[in-house]
Ligand binder design. Sequence first.
Ligand SMILES: O=C[C@H](O)COP(=O)(O)O
Length: 252
Amino acid sequence: MRKKIVAANWKMNLTLDKGEQLVNDILAAGLKLAEGHEVVIAPPFPYLVKIKQLIRNYPGISLAAQNCYSEKSGAYTGEVSAEMLQSIGVDYVILGHSERREYFAESNAQLAKKIDLALANGIKPIFCCGEPLEIRQAETQNDYVSKQLEESLFHLDAAALKNIVIAYEPIWAIGTGLTASAQQAQDMHAFIRAKIAEKYGREAALGLTILYGGSAKPSNAKELFACADVDGGLIGGASLVAADFTAIVQSF
Ligand SMILES: O=C[C@H](O)COP(=O)(O)O
């Protein structure tokens, strides 16, 4: 049975006190997580240590960073390494988010290096893929996502792949209020799983957690999560409001 995850990506939002309040409100809601279900919180770097302390007694809640650098260590002012994240107990790292690809020109090849460093430090990558609007309109989204998977993940062996989570995030649905329909999400998730099966075999594909991200909210989460190949969500805007995020978690 593969793991189901709802992850909160705060992006560059909230101050430390507001972030702490948000986490305390989520914890106070007394989330009831079924076996194999996990909540992941991805605050900005400066809050990781503090948020780790807040969630330490909640076994189903894990911590993610929103990025790490593609080199091991050295003179890279302002960057944060996978080893640093490992040293403070980070469990997951979001890699390849479309905002990083767009604003920081992250390439599939650079992401492959980040993935290797995260895995080498015992941190599970949440690897984001997804197409822009013009690709969706041209109906070439499967080719686009295939290339992202091939160039950033397919150098891994089957054992390493077990520690990867994939998040499908159609760029046209991120922060726009436009959600992919449940059918669009299911079609792409099934395509990704088939692509993984082709390369790594059916068992590996069936064990892979694939999240949906893009304007997921309490009103559409249930329908999205009910899709056979959708194993949870990577939530942006709605993760900043405790009531919305907990409602999404309860839609599992
Ligand atoms: O990482 C989260 C995604 O970018 C989705 O963001 P959103 O829920 O604000 O559309």
